[in-house]
Design a protein around this ligand. Structure first.
Ligand SMILES: *Cc1c(COP(=O)(O)O)cnc(C)c1O
Length: 496
């Protein structure tokens, strides 16, 4: 049966999956959600025999119903290939009594690769299906991780170009090196003299600039976004929860049908929402444990029913979770409001105007699938060191937030259901904080010396993504003022 997509904010219009991917956001400002969540009507025993790619087809074909089998398999095979450093794509590692689902084996060693390696293919296929003749130009402002993952995903994908803006003095040295060494004739990386917000605002302005859109169209281009609210990023993320469950069954760690818990280090609420959708599809998940760092808006929300972003933004050692507006939460709000778009739109308006909203008791009662908690910086360090000294396994700072929260969950509930923790980044991406949590012998080392220290401590081979940038030549050295960003985009596209 066909799954169509509708907006969380009203507007009765429904669109096909491919249109939802092309548009990214509904015209009324809402997010696209499936009209219903399809059931995963494949026996677990069968899933347990499948490769990652086969599992991806089973899950994604249920959601992206206007893609043909050939189109979808083609996208999957181009995404989950030797860019990943293991055939398993998303392996499980058992340590300290839990299963770490390693989502960092792709090109940029963070979980964003799981979705951004397939999004470009979904997008170009969607463009063809909908007779879009223009080349797609992806515009992204990044504070570090997303930009690199998007660059790696779109690199040399025919019919696409990608321009990434980053704050010249606002990303880590490894993150900057990762971006400015990016290969691919269709990629462009530009530093800006302002901060991330300046870059973000200027990108939003370009998306809304009608005159610029006209100039692009004349030259055969149109903008699109690789933002995490695109359903083309959400759907591929459901896959690895199903795959993890099936892997546990295959390895005899759980029986088919037995429940598991899932713990997710959360920022924009995309990853944990994918786990929620997996549960709605019928995957036996008991609790969805939402882990926050010191920016604990979501913890407060799950406890009080009040979402309040009016607070100081805290810079932590898990920067990809330093977020006060979790955009994808809107899809959950919509669901627990009884799919009441008017109610959802009103709450979102309250958030953008007054900085907060409160859900009803009735809505709150439907949050029982979730448990929220948070880790302080100290608790995050402790989780890294406890995992290392307890199991000889090194986890990154984001994963550590989840591991720490899971320990709190155990103490609070005594629920010993087998648990999967989404491990969202390789420790090699944040060597400073990780090494520091394990030992004080390495103080004052520069980034690549820390990488070597980490290799010595963990015994894990240094990922290709890190080795490569050690010696890779800088290919992008342009730096502009935020106000000159449109001109820089036009120059890259050869307009005028
Ligand atoms: C983006 C990111 C997260 C947060 O994921 P959301 O889907 O935004 O909740 C967590 N960890 C890492 C390493 C990330 O890059």
């Amino acid at each position: 049966m066909q799954v169509l997509y509708k907006s969380t904010r009203g507007n009765e219009e429904t669109v096909t999956a491919s249109m939802a991917i092309l548009k990214g956001l509904s015209e009324d400002g809402g997010l696209f959600v499936p009209e219903y969540i399809p059931k995963l009507d494949v026996p677990v025993e069968k899933l347990a025999q499948m490769s990652y790619q086969e599992t991806a087809y089973e899950v994604m074909s249920r959601f992206l119903t206007d893609f043909t089998e050939e189109e979808l398999k083609n996208c999957i095979n181009h995404a989950y290939d030797e860019k990943f450093d293991t055939d398993l794509i998303a392996p499980l590692h058992e340590a300290n009594g839990v299963y770490f689902l390693e989502l960092f084996h792709g090109a940029t060693i963070a979980f964003k690769d799981m979705a951004l390696s397939i999004l470009p293919h979904l997008m170009t296929t969607a463009a063809k299906k909908n007779q879009v003749k223009n080349e797609i130009v992806i515009l992204t402002a990044t504070s570090g991780d997303t930009g690199k993952a998007a660059l790696a995903g779109f690199q040399d994908v025919p019919g696409t170009r990608i321009v990434v803006f980053y704050p010249k003095h606002g990303v880590s040295p490894i993150q900057e090196k990762q971006m400015v060494t990016q290969k691919g004739a269709n990629t462009c990386v530009i530093g800006i003299t302002g901060n991330f917000d300046d870059a973000q605002s200027a990108v939003k302005k370009m998306f809304n600039d009608k005159e610029l859109a006209r100039e692009l169209d004349e030259a055969g281009y149109q903008f699109s976004s690789a933002n995490s609210i695109n359903i083309g990023r959400l759907v591929p993320q459901i896959v690895y929860y199903v795959y993890a469950y099936a892997s546990l069954v295959r390895e005899g760690k759980i029986k088919a049908g037995e429940e598991i818990n899932v713990t997710v280090p959360t920022g924009n609420f995309g990853n944990i929402l994918a786990a929620y959708y997996a549960k709605q599809m019928g995957l036996p998940i008991h609790k969805l444990i939402c882990a926050s760092n010191e920016n604990k808006v979501l913890y407060d929300f799950f406890n009080t029913g009040i979402y309040d972003r009016k607070r100081d933004f805290i810079l932590t050692s898990s920067p990809s979770m330093d977020i006060l507006i979790s955009s994808n939460l809107e899809r959950l709000i919509y669901r627990i409001s009884g799919e009441n778009a008017e109610k959802c739109a009103a709450l979102m308006q309250a958030l953008s105007q007054g900085g907060e909203y409160t859900i009803t008791e009735e809505m709150k009662a439907q949050l029982s699938d979730f448990y929220g908690n948070f880790c302080s910086e100290g608790e995050t360090r402790e989780a890294i060191s406890a995992t290392y000294y307890g199991s000889d396994y090194v986890i990154d700072t984001h994963t550590a937030v989840a591991a720490g929260v899971y320990q709190k969950y155990l103490r609070n509930t005594n629920d010993h259901t087998p648990t999967v923790i989404a491990s969202t980044a390789s420790p090699y991406k944040f060597p400073g904080s990780v090494v520091d949590a394990i030992s004080d012998r390495y103080e004052g080392l520069e980034d690549f010396a820390l990488v070597d220290a980490l290799s010595a401590l963990s015994g894990v081979k240094i990922p290709r993504a890190v080795e490569e940038i050690r010696t890779a030549p800088v290919l992008h050295d342009k730096v502009v003022d935020a106000k000159d960003m449109p001109a820089a985009v036009k120059e890259f596209l050869g307009i005028r």
